[in-house]
Design a protein around this ligand. Structure first.
Ligand SMILES: Nc1ncnc2c1ncn2[C@@H]1O[C@H](COP(=O)(O)OP(=O)(O)OP(=O)(O)O)[C@@H](O)[C@H]1O
Ligand SMILES: [Mg+2]
Length: 239
């Protein structure tokens, strides 16, 4: 029998003031996978990932991570268990330096030595951040701030990092760099749940993907299967 997936979401539901946003979503992320979560605006992607990360308390469903039930746990507990959400928008601390932003991401870690080890690891993946270690985060370009937000998410040593629309607002050239970086983060051993509007690029790097529509999963398959799917091509790829 195959091992239990790293993350297993079953029949997740969430409503804002009685209005359903997520209705019965089930999805898995296995160890070392990149899984894309796609869907048009308002489909329920951010609500789903916020519930997984403990930012919203699901009203129904189960969320299991590494074999333990985590649905309803607050986000600081979920982070300690090994899931980090990098939310929509570049939420860096603008008045703090790059290095201080990174260290903030590690506040759940016990030892100073581990924090410094993680700084070395993330600047290895994002060398640009080392060059800019003493720059105020708010004065960096949009693309650099997005890299910093992802790097900060990696500072808590997550086993699963959830990226909500990391390419939003980046110019196409930077989007390519960003997808390369996401791949290298994955190759360093971190599983990734990737929410993206950039459907083609996401499916190219994703092992598997899910397409949400109106709060539910409408389609799922491997990256290749979804790239070739008629509905995906018509709805998202303009073919
Ligand atoms: N704080 C909120 N209060 C009320 N309704 C909300 C709230 N946040 C989201 N919604 C609604 O829940 C539904 C799902 O929203 P969600 O943000 O999860 O979609 P999404 O797939 O992430 O969309 P996008 O691609 O635009 O980011 C939408 O109809 C949205 O209007
Ligand atoms: Mg969203």
């Amino acid at each position: 029998m195959p091992a239990e997936p790293l993350l297993a979401v079953t029949d997740l539901a969430y409503a804002y003031n009685g209005v359903a946003a997520v209705r019965g979503v089930s999805l898995d992320v296995r160890q070392a996978e990149i899984v894309a979560l796609l869907g048009s605006n308002g489909a329920g992607k951010s609500t789903t990932v916020k519930a997984i990360a403990g930012a919203l308390k699901p009203q129904a469903g189960s969320i299991r991570f590494d074999g333990a039930a985590i649905a309803g746990e607050p986000s600081h507990v979920v982070v300690r268990k090994g899931i980090t959400l990098v939310p929509e928008g570049r939420l860096v601390f603008p008045q703090m330096t790059v290095m201080d932003n990174l260290r903030m991401g590690a506040h759940v870690l016990g030892s100073k030595a581990e924090v410094e080890r993680n700084v070395a690891r993330v600047v290895g993946i994002f060398p640009r951040l080392a060059e800019r270690r003493d720059q105020l985060a708010g004065s960096m370009s949009g693309g650099e701030q997005q890299m910093l937000a992802i790097a900060r998410g990696l500072m808590s040593s997550p086993r699963l990092i959830i990226l909500d629309e990391p390419s939003l607002g980046l110019m196409p050239l930077l989007v390519q760099d960003l997808f390369r970086l996401i791949k290298s983060v994955n190759e360093s051993g971190v599983s990734i749940l990737l929410v993206e509007q950039n459907v083609h690029q996401s499916l190219k790097i994703a092992h598997r993907g899910y397409v949400m529509q109106k709060g539910a999963v409408a389609l799922s398959g491997t990256g290749q299967e979804l790239l070739g799917n008629d509905f995906v091509q018509k709805a998202f790829l303009g073919r």
